[in-house]
Design a protein around this ligand. Structure first.
Ligand code: TMP
Length: 200
């Protein structure tokens, strides 16, 4: 069974809705499940949210997202040690996709820099779902939100989208077509998480 699972995608990709429904489904099936998210509600997480709103220097934003994650991992490790399944709405790939887009004119290889800051300090998920959707479609889905944050602009999200596709390679990643129905997506994620239990 996959124990630490992360949900990634651009704003409006639907990953929050789906990850919450998957967590409810796991709980109903008797699995002790925690649903969590980043940026967190901790003091550092609140500072991160302020960095986004006020368009703070991208280096400061990057450091604080990573600091929030390092702190978050201490809780995630405890939950895993206590036998829980942990579903996390956004995690390291959000930093690699969004902050690499922010830093592309500042550094030659922002992804390498961001990875070096993180690796060895954060936990590796068993599975990362990437919700793939065209930025224009995703943005149309969230137009009703009263206050769109600076990251929710099409040109920026195009870069983030490309970064996500570039970094989501390897066995840990499962790319999902985010335009499928909610029921289909929940089923796909649920089946994938519980799959290995059945095989054992
Ligand atoms: P949310 O809408 O999922 O709560 O995330 C808030 C914004 O923060 C969203 O536009 C993505 C962005 N973000 C980053 O830029 N880097 C990160 O590491 C994380 C976790 C989120």
């Amino acid at each position: 069974m996959k124990r630490f699972v992360t949900f990634e995608g651009i704003d409006g990709s639907g990953k929050s809705t789906i990850s919450k429904l998957v967590s409810e489904r796991l709980r109903s099936a008797g699995h002790d499940t925690i649903w969590t998210y980043e940026p967190t509600d901790s003091t550092i997480g609140k500072f991160v949210q302020e960095c986004i709103r006020s368009q703070t220097d991208p280096f400061i934003t990057s450091f604080t997202f990573i600091a929030d994650r390092i702190q978050h991992c201490k809780h995630i490790q405890q939950w895993l040690d206590n036998g829980k399944i942990v579903l996390c709405d956004r995690y390291a790939e959000s930093t690699y996709a969004y902050q690499a887009a922010q830093l592309e004119s500042e550094l030659e290889d922002p992804l390498k820099w961001l990875r070096e800051l993180s690796e060895g300090r954060i936990l590796l998920p068993d599975r990362t779902f990437l919700f793939v959707i065209e930025p224009k479609i995703a943005l149309a889905r969230i137009q009703h939100r009263t206050e769109l944050i600076p990251f929710e602009r099409v040109a920026f999200l195009e870069k983030v989208h490309k970064n996500y596709l570039k970094i989501s390679k390897g066995k840990r990643f499962l790319k999902l077509d985010a335009t499928q129905s909610i029921d289909q997506l929940v089923q796909l994620c649920y089946d994938d998480i519980v799959q290995e239990t059945k095989k054992k």
